[in-house]
Design a protein around this ligand. Structure first.
Ligand code: GDP
Ligand code: MG
Length: 175
């Protein structure tokens, strides 16, 4: 039985793959055609963050159009951690992660753990590198985080991203 119930947030620009990551993680499926998230979706999944230790994540996936403060404060309230996602094929989404991190820190009580995600790794071969991935790594490390590259399409590193976030949340609480 799980004794940890953790609220985690999916943050980052529109169409970076937030909904796709959580769908892959929970339902192990992927959809090519883009459906805008309307409002907030909350999905739940148990994560075994170390052998025989389970945490129940409630994963909050917010629609990009929800720019209203009262909705956003509800979104952030009580959050234990966040995935901060950008799209490896669109530089602007990487630049915008700075703003998202500022917002996370502004709306949450302490410095909650986050994991920095470069998504759409499967497209990199065709598109080529549009951001400096070493810089992404050092940015994450300087912020006390970790940089993970994922593909919601192939599933690469998706479980790892959520499990790593869970571990970081638990570690930050039991130290
Ligand atoms: P959100 O707005 O951040 O929730 O983004 P979505 O999850 O809705 O994804 C936006 C679009 O990118 C959709 O068309 C997805 O199929 C596509 N997408 C998401 N993740 C990946 C990925 O890892 N690889 C590829 N090739 N496409 C992706
Ligand atoms: Mg979405």
């Amino acid at each position: 039985m799980s004794s940890f119930k953790l609220k985690v947030l999916l943050t980052g620009a529109a169409a970076v793959g937030k909904t796709s990551l959580v769908q892959r993680f929970i339902k192990n499926r992927f959809q090519q055609n883009y459906k805008l998230t309307v409002g907030v979706d909350i999905l739940t999944k148990d994560v075994e963050f170390k052998p025989n230790e389970i945490a129940t994540l409630s994963i909050w996936d917010i629609g990009g159009q929800q720019r209203f403060e009262f909705i956003r404060s509800t979104f952030y309230k009580g959050a234990a951690g966040a995935l901060l996602v950008f799209d490896l094929t669109r530089e602007q989404t990487y630049i915008e992660t700075r703003k998202w991190l500022t917002e996370i820190r502004q709306f949450t009580e302490q410095n909650i753990p986050f994991v920095f995600i470069g998504n759409k790794l499967d497209l990199l071969e065709d598109v080529g590198e549009v951001i400096d991935r070493n810089e992404a790594r050092s940015f994450a490390e300087n912020e006390g985080s970790i940089y993970i590259e994922t593909s919601a399409k192939t599933g690469e590193n998706v479980d790892e991203a959520f499990t790593e976030l869970t571990r970081r949340i638990i570690n930050s609480r039991t130290q």
